[in-house]
Design a binder for this molecule. Sequence first.
Ligand SMILES: Nc1ncnc2c1ncn2[C@@H]1O[C@H](COP(=O)(O)OP(=O)(O)OP(=O)(O)O)[C@@H](O)[C@H]1O
Length: 335
Amino acid sequence: MVSGAAAAERLIEVDGVEKVFSVRRKAGRLRRVKDEVRAVDGISFRVPRGEMVGYIGPNGAGKSTTIKMLTGILVPSGGRLRVAGIDPARERTRLARRIGVVFGQRTTLWWDLPLKDSYELVRRMYRVPDTAYRANLERCVELLDLAPLLDVPVRQLSLGQRMRGDIAAALLHDPEVLYLDEPTIGLDVISKAKVREFLLEVNAERGTTVLLTTHDLTDIEQLCRRVMVIDHGRLVYDGGLAGLRAAGDGERTLVVDLERELPPIEGVPGARTVKVEGPRQWLAFPAARSAAPLVAAVAERYPLVDLSVREPDIEDVIAKLYAGGDSGPDSPGGA
Ligand SMILES: Nc1ncnc2c1ncn2[C@@H]1O[C@H](COP(=O)(O)OP(=O)(O)OP(=O)(O)O)[C@@H](O)[C@H]1O
């Protein structure tokens, strides 16, 4: 038996979970053959209470399928899943009270109703006690600037307004876990910033556990200390953002401003000049190395005015990781 505290600690438990879809494919004019799509191919991970985890991967990697299994919408073909100690597929309704879900591409709100009526329906559906409902709604309205939108029918809301409305709806019943599938898709920079700020606030204030899928790596950089990368249904990385940069053979860049335009800097051990633009030069060096000896070497021989160090571009790192497929640097569930 696992003690209550230990079970609470691991709010999401995924052990060797698989999802295989059967699809019919045309083969010739009349013949159809059955194919199997292994959308999720034996993944394992744990998410402790209060953590915010990024779940990323290329199109078709298996992210949405994982989330659907974690909500109970889809039944796994194999393996074991528990969310707050509940088997999602067996007890979907009981689980629904403990989780909130936002699918960026779809709304859970009632299209023709004003936002506030949608919330009222959510309150009744989940039987949220009055005081909790009022407090939650007030907090969401304040943090997400929803006051001017409460009387507007959902179909008249812009994408960013609708997304803020959806996120609030997912939190009115105080879920312990929030699944967000592309919550910033299609939003402008200001709306994205607002959504991110709100999620950080909710996580800090209520300790809500968040699992976030996104194609926008800024979401991950600003919200998650841990990131899981899925590709072809398998976890190819599970660990910190810093580790992800190192895992992708990332390089950092030393950007130096010299007093005047000079030929490319040479003879700095462990670094190579990759770009020169007037008096500014860019030197790439392995992400794991310290920049200090490089700075000293440049300063000794060149008229240095200013410098900065740039972290590896996370997009590049991840592109390399995807290209590496399941021979990725970290074992599934590792780190
Ligand atoms: N209902 C289904 N029937 C058959 N195949 C499916 C079904 N749902 C998903 N798939 C397939 O499973 C694989 C994983 O799909 P999934 O939607 O989980 O990927 P994803 O990582 O969420 O992708 P995206 O970033 O494009 O949303 C894909 O090959 C997809 O075509």
